[in-house]
Design a protein around this ligand. Structure first.
Ligand SMILES: Cc1cc2nc3c(=O)[nH]c(=O)nc-3n(C[C@H](O)[C@H](O)[C@H](O)COP(=O)(O)O)c2cc1C
Length: 150
């Protein structure tokens, strides 16, 4: 059985960099979670109440994803990375998670943020990864904080 690093990264590639380094460190496959419609810079300007990110969040909008992970059933461990949005999980990551059967999978969550801690992110994610086990969830600033997860 194999491991997969699946990540979403939108603003500055902060989560992407860590995801790529983690995939190298644990010799896993790498998959980028992408919204069907990519985010522009303006879409992410959360101080603007009309920005797409706010409309999605406060309108509780489903954000469709592009594509699917090939051979999902071959992975026993999934490292799931994303930026903290609004103290929690970006809608597009929820959509991604809902699209798969997590039964029997071990899940390691890593998040980046502007300063917020991991908080209740793991509990917020749980309903979307039914059947899987969240083994750990950490807010990180670099891949070295994930060493030992192997
Ligand atoms: C819509 C939106 C909401 C955010 N909400 C939070 C938040 O609640 N707390 C926080 O510390 N940072 C927040 N951030 C900042 C991101 O978590 C942070 O910049 C992250 O490292 C970006 O990762 P990326 O470059 O991989 O997208 C938010 C950013 C965006 C665009």
């Amino acid at each position: 059985m194999k491991a997969l690093v699946a990540y979403f990264s939108a603003e500055a590639g902060t989560t992407r960099k860590i995801a790529e380094e983690l995939a190298d460190a644990v010799a896993s496959d790498l998959y980028e979670i992408k919204p069907e419609v990519p985010y522009s810079e303006a879409d992410l300007k959360w101080p603007n109440p009309m920005a797409r990110c706010n409309r999605e969040k406060f309108g509780k909008k489903e954000v469709p994803v592009q594509g699917r992970v090939p051979d999902w059933e071959n992975y026993s461990t999934v490292y799931l990375g994303f930026p903290i949005w609004y103290y929690g999980v970006p809608n597009v990551v929820e959509t991604f998670c809902k699209g798969y059967d997590w039964s029997g999978k071990k899940i390691y969550v890593f998040v980046t943020s502007g300063g917020s801690g991991i908080g209740k992110t793991a509990q917020k994610l749980e309903p979307f990864v039914k059947g899987g086990t969240i083994e750990d969830a950490r807010r990180v600033t670099g891949v070295e904080e994930l060493i030992g997860w192997k």
